[in-house]
Ligand binder design. Structure first.
Ligand SMILES: Nc1ncnc2c1ncn2[C@@H]1O[C@H](COP(=O)(O)OP(=O)(O)OP(=O)(O)O)[C@@H](O)[C@H]1O
Length: 325
């Protein structure tokens, strides 16, 4: 096994991404990252004897080139003895119908299809080729558009049935591996379907900052992402315990006890509100949270409207989360 294969295997083991008997679906676009993913999985098959299959989605965004990508992935899988599922989509039409960007439409379509394959074939997880650079792009993208502290965790190594075993691997390591193993891959020269802002971050911002700050950006963002992930895990546990200790803060009956809330720090109050409202399918931004925290300090009887349907009302020592029809 070479250096990257060892690192890849280690990540899979440390993060418990795949178990021995799992059937893993590899999402292969035909680009360098997912082709490396395919070959890496084949290389570690003996150490982690899981079953692997591959999937390629043809978004039909680049005329014949899209069909060539599809054929390329099918042939590469055939040569490696990996079953390959393919599907075609009229992405532009769907984007028009859903009024979503091409990138978002392709994302929705492929994740839906992955889900279908998982349930049809009893597969456990889908692996994608996201790596350190993708994570950095996502973090910066979130930062520039406005994000919470936890938005800085970026892409997760495991989320539901999606695993990203290359998340700690740099693009240069992937390209080195591709080179060493003579792995062929497809290049999407048009970048059709990639969000222009993401492209700007990938091709302009990251290279500029990397050059100016001696390649410290990617490792620094990676650490930040890991710390944000660890903080999130810690907070989940902390609030689980807090709510178990003080049922008046759990809002299971749509009520929050003001006497318990006022004893909490500002951060805790906002988190309790966030969690309570999440149970009512309300996602709230920092402005709304500020409003709710202010409500705690004002007179009983005041209310905050969160959406057309939901209001929070302070009445008789409790905050009531009310759904109005
Ligand atoms: N058409 C597709 N079919 C199957 N999986 C895909 C497809 N496009 C993307 N993916 C999965 O999503 C991951 C991230 O997508 P992204 O658009 O960043 O990749 P890409 O640049 O097209 O290709 P690659 O990551 O393989 O170099 C890919 O690594 C791959 O696992």
């Amino acid at each position: 096994m070479n250096v990257l294969e060892k690192k890849f295997l280690e990540q899979i083991r440390i993060r418990q991404l795949v178990s021995k008997e799992d059937h893993v679906l590899l999402a292969v676009s035909g680009g360098s990252d997912s082709m490396a993913l395919l070959h890496l999985f084949c290389a570690i098959r003996r150490a982690v004897p899981c079953r692997i299959s591959a999937v390629h989605c043809n978004f039909r965004l680049r005329a014949e080139e899209s069909d060539e990508d599809e054929r390329f992935v099918q042939e590469a899988c055939l040569a490696l003895g990996v079953t390959c599922y393919t599907v075609g989509f009229d992405t532009l039409k769907m984007a028009g119908e859903w009024k979503t960007s091409i990138e978002e439409t392709a994302r929705i379509l492929r994740y839906r299809y992955f889900d279908t394959l998982l349930s049809e074939h009893g597969m456990k997880v889908v692996a994608t080729g996201h790596h350190v650079n993708d994570n950095a792009e996502t973090m910066l993208f979130n930062l520039f558009r406005g994000t919470s502290l936890l938005g800085l965790r970026g892409i997760r190594a495991k989320r539901g049935k999606i695993i990203r075993p290359l998340l700690l691997v740099h693009k240069v390591e992937i390209l080195g591996y591709i080179d060493e193993k003579h792995i062929a891959f497809r290049i999407d020269a048009t970048n059709f379907g990639i969000d222009p802002d993401r492209n700007f971050i990938r091709n302009r911002i990251i290279p500029l900052i990397e050059e100016r700050f001696s390649h410290k950006l990617l490792p620094s963002l990676q650490r930040l992402s890991e710390q944000a992930g660890e903080l999130e895990e810690f907070l989940e546990l902390y609030f689980e315990n807090l709510l178990a200790d003080k049922p008046g803060l759990s809002a299971s009956n749509g009520m929050l006890e003001v006497k318990d809330l006022v004893l909490l720090s500002l951060f805790e109050q906002k988190e309790v509100f966030k969690r309570a409202l999440r149970e009512h399918d309300v996602k709230c931004d920092s402005k709304t949270l500020d409003q709710l925290v202010r409500l705690l300090k004002t007179q009983p009887g005041r209310m905050v409207r969160l959406s057309a349907q939901i209001v929070v009302l302070w009445k008789g020592g409790t905050l009531h989360i009310l759904r109005q029809s």
